[in-house]
Write a protein that binds this ligand. Structure first.
Ligand code: DQA
Length: 145
């Protein structure tokens, strides 16, 4: 079976308590369980990772060459700042989808630019926790095309 890595950036460990008006009630643990269920339905195995540190996220992206067939990433605030994460994503040839819980294009000016999305096949945002499930369906189509 094909396997994907779902990467979550800074402060997403606080989901469920953090700015519920933007990010909803679901904890990251609940989103992880939802992703596992949807991955199973799409014939995918998944590993779920969260870090508040840019370097750890970059190391994790480097690990995708061995053992994974694609990446779903919510880079969180690094979306808007990190050329280093962009470069790590660019160095990886596997299918990649960027996701966001909120619609970053309908929020503050500084969130309306995604630096990291230049390196991905596509971007899904604004569907709450379903941005993750839509991302899984999208990457499954890219992996099993
Ligand atoms: C986010 C949007 C980012 O702008 C923000 O910094 C986050 C979460 C989202 O999922 O909507 O931490 O990536």
């Amino acid at each position: 079976m094909k396997k994907i890595l779902i990467i979550n950036g800074p402060n997403l460990n606080l989901l469920g308590n953090r700015e519920k008006n933007h990010y909803g009630d679901s904890s990251l643990q609940k989103i992880k369980s939802l992703c596992e269920t949807v991955c199973e339905k799409n014939n995918l195995e998944c590993d779920f990772f969260q870090s508040n540190n840019e370097g750890d996220i970059i190391d994790k992206i480097h690990s995708v060459d061995k053992g994974y067939d694609g990446i779903i990433i919510n880079p969180a605030a690094y979306t808007h700042t990190s050329v280093a994460i962009l470069d790590a994503l660019k160095a990886n040839a596997k299918p990649k989808i960027e996701i966001h819980i909120s619609n970053i294009y309908a929020r503050e000016e500084y969130r309306r630019k995604s630096i990291t999305s230049e390196a991905v096949n596509g971007l899904i945002c604004g569907f709450g926790e379903n941005s993750y499930t839509l991302g899984i369906e999208a990457i499954s189509k890219l992996i099993y095309k």
